[in-house]
Design a binder for this molecule. Sequence first.
Ligand code: TPP
Length: 272
Amino acid sequence: MTDKIYPLRKYIRNGKLPHFFCPGCGCGQVLNYFLKAVDDLKLNLDEIITIGGVGCTARIPVYLSTDSFHGVHGRTLAWATGIKLYRPDLKVVIFAGDGDLAAIGGNHFIHAARRNLDVTVIMVNNFNFAMTGGQVAPTTQIESVTMTTPYGSKENPLDVCNLAQCAGATFVSRWSTLKPLQTIKAIKKALQHKGFSLIEVLSQCPTNFGRYALKTGDTEKVLQWMDQNSIMKSKTKDVSEYELKEKFILGDFVEIDKPIFEGTTVYKEEVS
Ligand SMILES: Cc1ncc(C[n+]2csc(CCOP(=O)(O)OP(=O)(O)O)c2C)c(N)n1
């Protein structure tokens, strides 16, 4: 029977709701955007493996009715590589926080992109290590107050989309929870793309980032901050480099074809 209130419920693992996300968190939105993309593309969930490391974002696969892997912090791409080499027929989708992907998992990320491993990475950027209480992360804005930078962060933030592009990723896109249609469209493109695809989704974390950096736990205010600090790629032409430095640029940045990383025939024969 279809659920009229929440038609995507059919993709949710039995008995897993309610979820554990804080009120106002964007992870539930990202989960829904992914399911909408799956539904639009009529993908078979039996052919998708979802992977999460550790963190709030990494919990997303726990709620999905796919085969999923919930492992250790920062190692999602190591498992994805193994799974993809053994079962290239499966779609592998990773849900990672910015800490998971760009801090502890940074090295795996660079090399998976360089190899053009055929996986989709959905990185939820909430500008901090949320699950552990709001520590500074590689994506935290300079001067931002966090639990571990009470006088403001003195580090330059990392642009993960730029890093992916430089490393060799073949699909790179950044959107935000405020842009559902564009995010769903980007996820659909990524799921159909052959090669390493990254979608960064800027997301509100009122509980930790909001509380420390913006001095508010009000979801609407955190969303307003995200909105005011974002700009569409198509509108950047007449904006100075200085102003752009402070902005999150939203859009599709890379969409190219390149040979993907596959196991050698010898390896495939050995494991079969
Ligand atoms: C090897 C290892 N190091 C550190 C931790 C502690 N830890 C758990 S979750 C987390 C932060 C997660 O932040 P992020 O990946 O940005 O995801 P978010 O919770 O913000 O979605 C950390 C540091 C851990 N569980 N394992």
